[in-house]
Design a protein around this ligand. Structure first.
Ligand code: ADP
Ligand code: ZN
Ligand code: ZN
Length: 703
């Protein structure tokens, strides 16, 4: 007897078909089983879905069902909590279940048939054993308390620990505890960026043995990623380290999820299903724990979640307010740095008092010289790569606009090119002004290349303590373009072969540099005047992170300095930074947000539309907005007018957006679920003519 089965397959994002399709199977198939099924003329990977995870299954309309082509039963089924996570995320972020479910599996897996899979599994490495390294360091009292509470309470936890307070040690011990409690337990540790994984991987491998740890991120080759995924799915990988995508790793015995630097914007996926891996981590912990309770109602096993940061996202911070005020997260504070390290002294240079055109204030140059003379390193960062963000003609006012974007082409002096950082258009710098022929076209503004050049000139003649010439190094997206370049450059810094490090925010994050005596933000003011209400939050986090790079030099901790060049030295943000007072900063920001009814006190979604003209893009949004009248929960949401995005045109594509807001998250969700259909329908109507694409971004990070 054959029977119908629902299978999640990857359909085009806005396909009118349901979320799963019906097929026919010879034998009953457990939900979560991987199968190969025909889809049109192709055959593709699918996942057997079930009623426990509600989705709309496409009605076959009486036509005979097509049979499942192959069952990949060499692999255990994907677990119920995994399927619920995917189903929830698809619903919440307004995508199809099948699309998301398949997108988060490794591509190499999507392409394997039964025989290839069998061959692949035969080559699998034996299960990695956990080998606990003897405890070499005693936890500080703050660490000990955090570890004890993570073990004793349910969480989710927000580990609010200063940079250098030893958060990683807490993660390691929480992991050790989970692995002790359940000999088959698995632990997921997420980091915001690939380039932070090797460092963390080394620390986890040192503690638990290299065989127990695997990495899972987009920097792996397809075969590597498949290998890591299979190891996690089989339960062999005891500790998985990865970036945001890893929140969907199949880990059947997941007992702990750590999200390091939880405030980092890179946890938010910016295409396809625009999910927040941090928010999904919290949900996943709950789903995994609920499943354990269902199996064993009296049991104590659970999947804990620890979010860690020195500058938590204001959302997480707000969630960790006292429970009696409605907080849902347990806040664990570790304000002290390890050992003698204190946070660096913050010094503000008032740029209004400097000679006109000053890029690096003389006092800062002197301070750098002093630090270098002591044999320590200085680190300067600036959030712009290239030599200058724009070239211009002093005669006629011509500027180096990108012909395809509403942005300037950036001047790169090294290869004398003009490059658009948005669409990639690049060309040689013209000999004279393309508009009037004036040979004198000049750079405006400052990028990292120029900073490096200016520093080299200002510091010329200085030597290291051993008399050899000073060494400068620039690290930014341009310097690390080639594979392995970043690792090599970071190794130079760690080895002390560099005296002055210049770069973008890339260098300010996460790295455990040991010799930095001075950090300087060259021009941080821009974010204070941004139209994005999250800009101050991001700037504060970046500056705190950067400050945390200094003062780790053994024996030199007390002298470290953080310099800010600013034209608004009295700004509240800098005052809070001076006292390293995140709670004060957060309280002030949250008060403003509450007053202005912004997140986390309200809930937002953006609909974005792209077309060849702004009229078409906005027209589509306006039509869909008008058509929303009468939809469920319409009264509980505000639809704002369609507006051009702040970067209005990229690669000849006009971009528009519409903000949707509600005081209630369920109301917003309810409305969006219904409005989706309207958006689809609008696209098929005259108002959708010429529209290239549209997408919904729930809980957007950039407005
Ligand atoms: P964070 O992640 O909070 O910025 P780290 O975990 O990188 O801080 O810790 C900073 C440094 O302190 C690391 O070199 C770490 O090995 C060391 N460290 C952490 N905990 C202890 C401890 N209890 N005793 C001694 N050194 C510690
Ligand atoms: Zn000109
Ligand atoms: Zn461009």
């Amino acid at each position: 007897m054959t029977q119908p089965v629902s299978v999640a397959v990857s359909l085009p994002a806005h396909s009118a078909l349901g979320s799963t399709l019906s097929y026919e199977s010879e034998a009953p198939l457990a939900p979560g089983t991987l199968v190969r099924v025909p889809l049109g003329a192709r055959e593709c990977l699918g996942i057997v879905w079930d009623d426990a995870v509600p989705t709309a299954t496409a009605d076959a309309g009486g036509a005979a069902l097509r049979p499942v082509a192959d069952v990949l039963d060499a692999l255990p089924p994907l677990t119920a909590p995994w399927r619920m996570l995917v189903a929830f995320a698809a619903g919440y972020y307004q995508r199809q279940v099948g699309e998301l479910a398949l997108a988060v599996l490794p591509q190499a897996l999507r392409e394997l048939d039964r025989t290839q899979l069998a061959r692949r599994l035969k080559k699998r490495k034996p299960a990695g054993r956990v080998e606990f390294a003897p405890d070499s360091i005693a936890p500080t009292p703050e660490q000990a308390l955090a570890i004890a509470r993570i073990h004793a309470e349910n969480g989710p936890f927000l580990l609010f620990g200063a940079t250098g307070s030893g958060k990683t040690e807490v993660y390691l011990r929480a992991a050790a505890q989970a692995l002790h409690d359940d000999p088959a337990a698995q632990v997921l540790v997420m980091v915001p960026e690939i380039n932070l994984t090797p460092q963390l991987e080394a620390r986890f491998a040192a503690r638990f043995g290299a065989g127990a740890v695997v990495a899972l991120h987009s920097g792996l080759t397809h075969p590597q990623r498949l290998q890591s995924w299979l190891a996690a799915h089989a339960g062999d990988a005891r500790i998985v380290l990865g970036t945001r995508l890893a929140v969907f790793a199949s880990m059947p015995r997941l007992r702990l999820i750590v999200v390091d630097e939880e405030h980092d914007p890179s946890y938010k996926q910016q295409e396809g299903a625009r999910y927040s891996a941090r928010d999904l981590a919290v949900l996943r912990g709950k789903l995994e724990t609920d499943a354990l309770r269902e199996q064993d109602p009296g049991g104590t096993a659970m999947c804990r979640v620890v979010l860690g940061s020195a500058t938590p996202s204001l959302e997480s911070w707000h969630h960790s307010r006292p429970a009696e005020d409605g907080g849902r997260y347990v806040r664990l504070a570790m304000p002290s740095r390890i050992g003698d390290a204190v946070l660096p002294r913050v010094r503000r240079v008032d740029m209004r008092l400097q000679p006109r055109g000053t890029r690096i204030a003389p006092v800062l140059v002197d301070a750098i010289a002093e630090v270098v003379a002591r044999g320590e390193q200085a680190m300067l960062f600036l959030n712009r790569r290239g030599y200058a963000p724009v070239l211009h003609c002093t005669d006629c006012g011509w500027k180096s606009d990108c012909p395809h974007c509403s942005a300037f082409q950036v001047f790169h002096k090294i290869d004398r090119s003009l490059r658009c950082h948005h669409c990639g258009t690049a060309g040689r710098v013209p000999r004279g002004c393309p508009s009037c022929g004036n040979p004198d076209i000049v750079p405006m503004g400052q990028g990292t290349e120029q900073l490096e050049e200016q520093l080299a000139a200002l510091l010329a003649g200085l030597t290291r303590p051993d008399g050899s010439p000073l060494r400068l190094l620039r690290i930014d997206a341009d310097s690390v373009r080639h594979k392995g370049a970043l690792e090599a450059q970071l190794a130079q810094v760690h080895a002390g072969e560099v005296d002055v490090l210049v770069g973008t925010q890339m260098i300010a994050k996460g790295h455990d540099f040991r010799r930095i005596g001075l950090v300087a933000a060259v021009n941080p003011d821009g974010a204070l005047f941004s139209s994005d209400f999250r800009a101050p939050e991001r700037l504060f986090a970046l500056l705190m992170q950067a400050a945390g790079r200094a003062g780790r030099a053994p024996g030199r901790e007390q002298r470290a300095e953080m310099w800010l060049q600013t034209a608004v030295p009295d700004h509240a943000l800098f005052a809070a930074l001076k006292h390293h007072d995140f709670p004060a900063f957060a309280a002030q920001q949250l008060a403003e947000r509450a007053q202005a009814a912004l997140p986390p006190f309200t809930y937002q979604a953006l609909v974005r539309a792209e077309a060849r003209t702004q009229e078409v893009a906005q027209g589509f949004l306006s039509a869909a907005s008008a058509a929303a009248d009468g939809l469920p929960a319409r009264d509980a949401v505000t639809l704002y007018p369609a507006v051009p995005m702040s970067l209005q045109r990229i690669a000849n594509m006009e971009r528009a957006q519409m903000l949707v807001e509600s005081a209630s998250r369920p109301a917003l969700q309810h409305f969006l679920a219904h409005w989706q259909g309207t958006l689809h329908a609008t696209r098929a109507q005259p108002a959708g003519k010429g529209l290239i694409r549209w997408a919904i971004d729930v809980d957007p990070l950039a407005i």
